[in-house]
Design a binder for this molecule. Structure first.
Ligand code: HH2
Length: 291
């Protein structure tokens, strides 16, 4: 007999994090939103599609990407964050940076989440800034650094290694004064990982739930999806793989989904959550429906 949908536990509401890269060289949307007005308009469009977080980045982290100087990164992200804040969209603004100087300006412009793909290793003072300003943060796993991270990455057990890393970084963040309730963890799909590593992490994502913090997952349009699906050579052809992996991640306990294509992923997650947990699971914006 099929168990009643209502009887199943409802997970914490999930949130979509829309990607807004203000860079010339990001792997899938580089150069498209360099003009601040275009970037703000796209950010608002992502909010209209259901993003509750907008993650603004001014430096690409794709394999082989060249580093960007602090003032250039600030010049890219500050007007966009200020524009989104002024528009009052209601979405949380996130700054995707590893530089304290950039995060400081971004927070002043309206960001309340620091997404540091180096997990406070590039500039450890970042943790003190996050603690001092009382903002949220996302701490991500990466093996090596973007320029070289895809050069033969190796692990004993990728899930156990990533879990140990995140546990240590969580302890560090708390020791620096960040409230545990403000910390999210991310296994860093594609950051120093082979296709097999990414799939192992996705398949065993539930093993990271015991860390006790919300899990962020970022598979959107990433290269490993193109390696698996023969008809998805380019980033913009990887929506089916993006949806499949985000649905699997939801089922295995992720609660924040970092994506470029907000509307279709949102529909897929709403359907998956309704199937797993009942019709209204995860709906944090709408509260009613008629049929
Ligand atoms: N992936 C990218 C950048 N930032 N942050 C988190 N927390 N998790 C991720 O998986 C993640 C991230 C890479 O994607 P994208 O921003 O689209 O590309 P680029 O780094 O080339 O700008």
């Amino acid at each position: 007999m099929i168990e009643s949908l209502e009887a199943r536990p409802v997970p914490a509401p999930y949130r979509l994090m829309g990607v807004l890269n203000v860079t010339p060289d990001s792997f899938s949307d580089g150069g498209r939103f360099l003009a601040p007005q275009a970037a703000v308009a796209h950010g608002l469009e992502l909010v209209a599609q259901g993003a509750e977080i907008i993650d603004v980045g001014g430096e690409s982290t794709r394999p082989g990407a060249e580093p960007v100087g602090r003032s250039e990164e600030i010049a890219r992200v500050e007007p966009v964050l200020a524009g989104l804040a002024a528009a009052g969209s209601g979405a949380q603004l996130s700054i995707d940076t590893s530089k304290v100087g950039v995060a400081e300006v971004a927070i002043a412009a309206g960001a309340t989440l620091v997404n540091d793909v180096t997990a406070f290793r590039a500039e450890p003072e970042m943790a003190a800034l996050v603690a001092d300003r009382g903002v949220d943060c996302c701490v991500m796993h990466m093996l090596g650094e973007p320029r070289t991270m895809q050069d033969d990455p190796r692990y004993d057990d990728v899930v156990a290694d990533v879990k140990a890393f995140l546990e240590e970084r969580l302890r560090f963040a708390v020791s620096e004064g960040i409230a545990e309730a403000r910390i999210m963890l991310d296994p860093g799909i594609g950051f120093g990982k082979t296709v097999a590593h990414n799939l192992e992490l996705l398949g065993r994502l539930d093993e990271l739930c015991s860390l006790g913090r919300p899990l962020v997952i970022g598979t959107s349009r990433k290269g490993f999806l193109g390696r698996i699906a023969p008809s998805a050579p380019g980033p913009e052809e990887r929506l089916p793989g993006t949806i499949a992996t985000n649905v699997l991640a939801l089922e295995r306990g992720a609660s924040v989904f970092r994506v470029h294509d907000v509307a279709p992923v949102r529909d897929a997650l709403a359907t998956a959550a309704a199937t797993l947990h009942g019709p209204w699971a995860g709906l944090s914006r709408e509260t009613t429906a008629t049929s």
